[in-house]
Design a binder for this molecule. Sequence first.
Ligand code: TMP
Length: 205
Amino acid sequence: MAGLFVTFEGIDRSGKTTQARMLVEALGDEAVAVREPGGTEVGERLRDLLKDPAVTISAEAEALMFAAARAELVAQVIRPALDAGKVVVSDRFLDSSLAYQGIARALGVEDVEQINSFATRGLLPDLTFLLSIDPARAAERAGQLDRFEDEGDSLQKAVFDAYRDLAAADSGRWVTVDADRPSGEVHDEVMRAVQRAREAAGTRA
Ligand code: TMP
């Protein structure tokens, strides 16, 4: 039985990590939680490098490093879990690369899609949540700075617009949720959408 692959996307401090955790807790043993970049030995080491403000990385190398971390995670964790019928919940996936590297860093969506399609062997999420919050509101939330957040408002605004365009282009996979609300309300909306997706997957199976 094939499982369900659910991803959370959004700008920094949009609340994805909290929502991914709440969904995993609600699903219990059925769920497998992963985060990007990370989740494997190679992925966690790449994460440290990618987030380190003291490291300078070209946009191209950055895209390839995210893709390499993703390749490991898909092969070692995500694919096997989906094959075992689990609901895989990922805090970010390839849409982060399309939004940050492809659009905000202007590498081009097609090129970034191509390296990621190789990295993931074509795996796409069944359901992707866009946690939508105005960048100025998100910046008011507490959090730690990293190499990306150090770049300031302009990157977050570009990523916000990028996500909106990606979600509009594929409304079958994306569900946009207003994230400027208490986390419990956002979670209820997430649960309803996951339930609908599971029913749809059940009908297809
Ligand atoms: P986070 O896990 O705390 O959100 O940090 C990951 C940072 O890396 C975040 O600023 C977004 C960025 N990122 C990309 O630029 N491209 C990617 O493909 C992924 C997964 C993350």
